[in-house]
Design a protein around this ligand. Structure first.
Ligand SMILES: Cc1cc2nc3c(=O)[nH]c(=O)nc-3n(C[C@H](O)[C@H](O)[C@H](O)COP(=O)(O)O)c2cc1C
Length: 317
C-alpha cells in the first residue's frame, strides 16, 4: 500500500469519527486578576500572522489606538518578532487569519514555543472570509493558546473581510467572495479601534469578562488535518522559471520553509497549503492547479475586479 493511500485511510477514519462526535462541550476562559502583572500597562505588543494584509491592517490600527492611550507599543508580524522580548511587555494583542476553520498551525506552534507570560493580559482577534465558519471558536483557540503560557485572557473579537482562499475564485465561485468586496469598511475599522480600547480598559478596571466557545459543526473539523485534505485537490504547485523575477516574496511568505526561490523548489510534503506563495507572487510565477483549474493570487483577483482595499483614516496619506 502506498504512503498516500495509508495516510488517506488513517485521516478518513479520523474524519468519520470526528463527524460522529460533533457535539462538543462548551469551554470558557476568564482572567484571574490575582496574577495580573500590572493594571496600568505601559509596554504593549501587537503581533499578528498575515499573508494578504487583512490581519496586519487590523493590528496596525490597534497598535495606533494603544499608542494614543499612552502605551509604548511594538507591532509586528510574528515571523519578524523576537519572541524573547515579549516577557518585558505588560499587554499583548495577538491576531490571526482563520485558515481551515482554525488558527493556522505555524502560529500555534510559535505560540507553544513562547516563554512563560505569567500575569500578562492578552487579547486575541481573528480576521476571516465573509460569513466564515467557526471564526468565534478560532478566536477562542488563539486566546486559549496564550493562556496556556500563563497570559490572562481579556477579550477576543472576529472581523469579517473578503476571503483570500484563491481556489474559490479560480474555480469560478468568485461571487461568494465578492459579496464582501466592501470589507474592510469604516465600521470594521471602528470595531477594531473599539476592541483595542475596550481590551485595555478591561485590564485597567480589572473587569471580569467571561469568554466562551460556541456550538459549531465546523469545530469537529478542527481535529482533522484540513490543509492535507485540501492539498489532495491540488495538482501542480511549482515555480515557473520564465515568469520568476527572483524577488523572494514566495519564500518570505511561506511560514514553514517549503519554498526555495533560488532553487525554484516547492517541498509539497512540507507545504501546509496556506497559499501565501500564490497570494504574494507579483508575477504569477508560482503556478498551482486546483481541481484542474489554474489558481491565481489575491492581488490579481483584486485587479480583475477593480477593487482597491480601503485604509483607515489614520493611515491615509
Ligand atoms: C488557506 C486559506 C484558508 C482559509 N480558511 C478560512 C476558513 O476556514 N474560514 C474563514 O472564514 N475564512 C477562511 N479563509 C479566509 C481568511 O481567513 C481571510 O480572508 C483573512 O482575512 C485573511 O487574512 P490575511 O490577509 O491577514 O492573511 C481562508 C483563507 C486562506 C488563504
Amino acid at each position: 500500500m502506498s504512503d498516500t493511500r495509508r495516510t488517506f485511510l488513517r485521516k478518513g477514519s479520523l474524519l468519520a469519527l470526528s463527524l460522529t462526535a460533533v457535539g462538543q462541550g462548551c469551554a470558557h476562559l476568564e482572567p484571574r486578576y490575582q496574577a495580573l502583572k500590572t493594571a496600568n500597562p505601559r509596554r504593549g505588543a501587537v503581533l499578528w500572522y498575515s499573508q494578504t494584509g487583512h490581519t496586519s491592517g487590523m493590528g496596525r490600527l490597534m497598535a495606533h489606538v494603544l499608542r494614543s492611550e499612552g502605551l509604548e507599543v511594538a507591532e509586528s508580524d510574528y515571523r519578524r518578532f523576537d519572541a524573547s522580548t515579549l516577557t518585558s511587555c505588560d499587554f499583548i494583542i495577538i491576531g490571526s487569519p482563520v485558515y481551515y476553520f482554525r488558527v493556522p498551525e505555524n502560529l500555534r506552534r510559535w505560540i507553544s514555543a513562547l516563554p512563560r507570560l505569567d500575569g500578562v493580559p492578552a487579547a486575541a482577534y481573528v480576521t476571516f472570509g465573509g460569513a466564515g465558519h467557526n471564526q468565534h471558536n478560532a478566536a477562542f483557540e488563539l486566546l486559549e493558546s496564550m493562556t496556556e503560557k500563563g497570559a490572562l485572557p481579556v477579550r477576543m473579537a472576529a472581523f469579517s473581510h473578503m476571503s483570500t482562499f484563491a481556489p474559490t475564485w479560480s474555480t469560478g465561485r468568485e461571487a461568494r467572495i465578492l459579496r464582501y468586496r466592501d470589507l474592510p469598511n469604516e465600521s470594521t475599522f471602528e470595531s477594531a479601534r473599539s476592541f483595542a480600547r475596550r481590551a485595555l480598559a478591561t485590564v485597567r478596571a480589572r473587569e471580569n469578562v467571561v469568554i466562551e466557545t460556541e456550538f459549531s459543526f465546523w469545530q469537529a473539523l478542527k481535529r482533522l488535518d484540513m490543509p492535507w485534505w485540501t492539498k489532495l485537490m491540488s495538482g501542480k504547485h511549482a515555480i515557473n522559471r520564465e515568469k520568476c523575477i527572483q524577488c523572494g516574496a514566495c519564500e518570505e511568505a511561506c511560514p514553514v520553509g517549503a519554498v526555495s526561490y533560488r532553487e525554484y523548489r516547492v517541498d509539497r510534503g512540507r507545504c501546509i497549503f496556506c497559499l501565501g506563495c500564490v497570494n504574494n507572487c507579483p508575477t504569477g510565477a508560482m503556478e498551482m492547479t486546483y481541481s484542474g483549474s489554474e489558481v491565481y493570487g489575491y492581488p490579481e483577483f483584486l485587479r480583475r475586479n477593480g477593487i482597491t482595499l480601503r485604509k483607515p483614516r489614520e493611515f491615509e496619506s
